[in-house]
Every structure is written in structure tokens, then in C-alpha cells.
Ligand binder design. Sequence first.
Ligand code: 6AU
Length: 258
Amino acid sequence: PKKVLTYGERSELCTHPVTKELFKIMHEKETNLVVSADLKTTKEVLQVLKKIGPHICMAKTHIDIIEDYNPEFVTQLCEIAKKHNFLLFEDRKFADIGNTVKLQYSSGLYRISDWAHVINAHSVPGEGVVKGLKEVGLVKDRACLLIAEMSSLGNLATGDYTVATIKMAEENKDFVVGFISQKKLCDDPTLVHMTPGVKLECGKDSLGQQYLTPDEVIGRRGSDIIIVGRGIVQAHDIVKAAKAYQQAGYLAYQQLLP
Ligand code: 6AU
């Protein structure tokens, strides 16, 4: 079997500045945890990130959920990210023709390309979606994850779709730095696998979300990063929860090392 590389070693191998930085942060802060701050007010999002900032390598947002959005929010978001040394991932799931996603990424109310280090996209439109996003993101050193698999019950991102998505990523490595997936999909150590649908106790929600444990995702399925939303933000003690996910995810990684 292939030797498992440390985050530090993978950071060295990466040529894309975002993955280089991400693996460096994961190594230094000893965390493979991304929090999904799916909350409806700017205050709640900022409060959560201020509290759990030390435990995460990246914060994932759904900027269009926020009811009192204002540009000042993004300024504060960037300040907290800088202070606690984590990256920002806007989970926009772009899924249109190249020209449209280009506009959606750069313009509108949110101007996502101005602040999000990482975005994600569905591969369903074909390579044009990546090409369009790249026209905006490349010059800003931004990165994109392709959604190769999903966590939800009955999703269609399987089989040949997943295989074609992996190929699309490998052919666009100047901008695509990895995958949203349910497991490790390729051996390239410079590509990152990030897995949502994670809770300390597996199970599901009432709308088709399916959960796996950090140990299953990192330890058995070989993914690199756990994305945790409600497992943390709906906990009674969010700091305690974040620490528990950080520990579980990092321990599973350490146990893989030689
Ligand atoms: O932990 P949860 O279930 O509260 O939140 C999971 C988060 C949500 C979803 O929009 C997102 O992860 N997600 C994604 C992403 C990140 O692209 C893909 C997927 O297949 N499943 C999923 O839940 O913010």
C-alpha cells in the first residue's frame, strides 16, 4: 500500500496557493474540520466563527441564507478568518453555462470571488462551468471543488458521472483543487477530498441528508476533510462540539500515518 503523506508533506507538494495554504493550516492547527455555518443572521455566523475559529481549517458559508447581509459582514468575516488562520469557502454550488456562472461568481450582491478562497461547482453543465469560473478565479488565486458525489439519499452523482467529474478536475488542476465527495476518489496527493454529511453519530435528517462518522470518513473512506454543520452549530455547547469533531477527525488521520 502507498505511504500516507502528512498534511505538511502534502502542502509541500501542492503548487496551487490555496491547497498549499490549506494543508499548512491543517498541519499547524492540527485540524481537518470545516464548519458549515448555516445560520440566518450575520451576528450568529460571526459569533460562531469567533468562538470556534481555533478549531477549524476553513469556514463554509451559504451567503444567500443570510437575512441581514451587508458588505461589512464580509469585511468582518475576513478579519476573523485572518485572526484565527482559516480559509473561507462559499458553498454556492455553481451549475450553469460558463457565461452565467462567471457573472454569478464575480457580480451581484455577494461578489463571491472577492472574498471566498474556495467555491464549489456541479459538473453537470460540462467543462464550460469550470472554464467560466476560471476566467474570474484564476487571476485572484481562487480555487474550486467539483461535486463528484453527494451525501443525500437518491442523488444522481454516481457511477459514470463521478468518473467524468474526476477527469474534469484532473484536466483543470490550475483551478480545481479537489472534490466534494463521500470518499477518496483519486490518489493525487495535491487534490483534496472534502466530505459533508458528517456527525459523531451516524443517521439521517428528515430531508434525505445521510450522516457518516468522522472515523468512517477519514479513517475508512480516506477523505481528507470533514464538513460539519448542524453537528456543531445546533449543539448546546458549540465550542465543546467543535473540539470533539476536531479531535475525532484528527485522531482518525493520525491513525493512518505510518
Ligand atoms: O452537517 P449538515 O447536514 O448540517 O450540513 C451539511 C452542509 C450543508 C450542505 O449544503 C453541504 O454540507 N453539502 C454539500 C456541499 C458542501 O457541497 C454537498 C453534499 O453532498 N451534501 C451536503 O450536505 O451546508
